[in-house]
Design a protein around this ligand. Structure first.
Ligand code: C5P
Length: 230
């Protein structure tokens, strides 16, 4: 079984996909981490993210894979043999990743790796093009969105080391929140406007808006869809 969860940055895809994987015994595949890892490889090699040919060469040369996290923690992200789990979450990678992932050869290389990782497993995969391109025959497709302000608020709390799902969660640095909001809006615009595999719901995706939902409510809604298809 394949569960595809697509949606914009900060919609809660990762949190929910990870929880769903644990609850339903599925393999979790974070495709955004793969585009982030290629972006990091470009930055480390001094390749300009706007140079599509050079970026494509990097994507073809590297292998992104996952290793189990410690005791239920998120999987570790490996760029060849380098553990890049933390390094791919910087603001620098945030700013460059949309340009890198718009390059068709990068997508081709990543989609091939994603299909290989999923082979023979029941998977919950999250990203932007899972239901439309990577696994068009997925048994369950969800397009998870939320207002940009709600998404930026969650990301800003995470950046401060907090837990946005906690009932008393608060943003302390309002300027940082505004920067995250601007960054999220710009990334959504670039991801939606690109020619190859733009961010958009599959025709047969169930649309879910998590703005006013708790993590558990969102998880229950998606788990109910999975149970219907089991
Ligand atoms: O999911 P996350 O926010 O970590 O994704 C980072 C970036 O990777 C997105 O903004 C998008 O540019 C790219 N991406 C993509 N296709 C996917 C997953 C992520 O283009 N399936």
């Amino acid at each position: 079984m394949i569960v595809a969860i697509d949606g914009p940055a900060g919609s809660g895809k990762s949190t929910v996909a990870r929880a769903l994987a644990a609850r339903e015994g599925l393999t979790y595949l974070d495709t955004g981490a793969m585009y982030r890892a290629v972006t990091l490889a470009c930055l480390e090699r001094g390749v300009d993210p706007a140079d599509a040919d050079a970026v494509a060469e990097v994507a073809k040369a590297v292998r992104v894979s996952f290793a189990p996290g410690d005791g239920g923690a998120a999987p570790r992200v490996l760029l060849d043999i380098q553990d890049v789990t933390e390094a791919i979450r910087t603001a620098e990678v945030d700013r460059a990743v949309s340009a890198v992932s718009a390059v068709p050869a990068v997508r081709e290389a990543m989609v091939a790796q994603q299909r290989r990782i999923a082979e023979g497993h029941d998977v919950v995969a999250e990203g932007r093009d899972i239901g439309t391109v990577v696994f068009p025959k997925a048994e369950v497709k969800v397009f998870l969105s939320a207002d940009p302000e709600a998404r930026a608020w969650r990301r800003a709390i995470e950046r401060e080391g907090g837990d946005p799902t906690a009932p008393d969660a608060k943003v302390h640095d309002k300027k940082a929140y505004k920067r995250v909001l601007a960054d999220i809006k710009s990334r959504d615009a670039q991801d939606s406007a690109r020619d190859t595999s733009p961010l958009k719901p599959a025709d047969d995706a169930v649309r879910l808006d998590s703005t006013k939902l708790t993590k558990d409510e969102t998880l229950d809604a998606i788990a109910a869809l999975v149970d219907q298809r089991r």
